[in-house]
Design a protein around this ligand. Structure first.
Ligand code: NDP
Length: 248
């Protein structure tokens, strides 16, 4: 367990899947946590998660904010800072996975993918970093498809996740003098609603892994916790794969 006592974390897309595992892990490691969700149908789950984790003086809050809306993302970060204090650990996790071969992709799909997967992290970082304490952490959730598409139909998604690599490297340079690190974690197939281990495409995905099975959300949360904690202090500008050997 990393020691995050006294730290404040902000996680986008924390109501389900990988984001919820990250919220749970950072809270278990001692952080106060604010997290976002978007769907009205997730409000009850998000509120219940926040209540469950808000024990022993821990503060955990759920904020409805659509990552497609830049103003909403900025307001969510400001809300978190007002409620919990400056953000020490920012995790840009919310993302969408729009598939289709290039001729089928619409401009609307392009814009929505880029708005949620790239612009929202940029906006959250801009909102959090002025008050982020020295030694802060920025962790972006990319994808194994950023480094190697590996199959047809993922160009748009791969482009959006590759953009996070450039953004992260630039941030590492911009913020390094303050001891703030910026890294991308690239998950492989992780069993969530986005990519269920019993889904139609699961067999094909497993067939190209080194470890022949899906990962679990906690596998990504563990890497995030390492980067957020004291032992991660000298890792920055890096792309860290937690992908079952997809890239090997
Ligand atoms: P899920 O679809 O299972 O969960 C998505 C989470 O993000 C939910 O909490 C959802 O909130 C939230 N979210 C979705 N859209 C928005 C939005 N517009 N604004 C705010 N929150 C939003 O996804 P995963 O947990 O599987 O994926 C998390 C991240 O990991 C994504 O960036 C994804 O690209 C990446 N990833 C996932 C892989 C996988 O195999 N699962 C592999 C590689 C990368 P709500 O409950 O309200 O809908």
């Amino acid at each position: 367990m990393a020691n995050l006592n006294g730290k404040v974390a902000f996680v986008t897309g924390g109501s389900r899947g990988i984001g919820a595992a990250i919220v749970r892990r950072l809270a278990a490691d001692g952080a106060d946590v604010a997290f976002t969700y978007v769907s009205a149908s997730s409000a009850a789950t998000a509120t219940a998660l926040a209540r469950e984790l808000a024990v022993d003086g821990r503060r955990v809050i759920a904020i409805q904010a659509d990552s497609a809306d830049a103003a909403a993302v900025k307001q969510a970060v400001e809300h978190a800072i007002a409620a919990l204090g400056p953000v020490d650990v920012l995790v840009n996790n919310a993302g969408i996975f729009v598939t289709g071969v290039i001729g089928d992709a619409s401009l609307d799909e392009y814009e929505r993918t880029m708005d949620i997967n790239v612009r929202a992290p940029f906006v959250a970082i801009q909102a959090a970093q002025p008050s982020m304490p020295d030694g802060g952490r920025i962790i972006n959730i990319g994808s194994c498809l950023a480094g190697r598409a590996g199959r047809a139909g993922v160009a748009l998604y791969s482009a959006s996740k590759s953009a996070l690599v450039g953004l992260t490297q630039g941030l590492a340079r911009d913020l390094g003098a303050r001891g703030i690190t910026a890294n991308v974690v690239h998950p492989g197939p992780i069993n969530t609603d986005m990519n269920p281990a019993d889904g139609a495409a699961a067999g094909a995905m497993v067939s190209v892994l080194s470890l022949p099975h899906y990962g679990e959300p906690r596998d990504i949360a563990g890497m995030v916790a390492f980067l957020a904690g004291p032992e991660g202090r000298y890792v920055t500008g890096a792309s860290l794969s937690v992908d079952g050997g997809y890239a090997a």
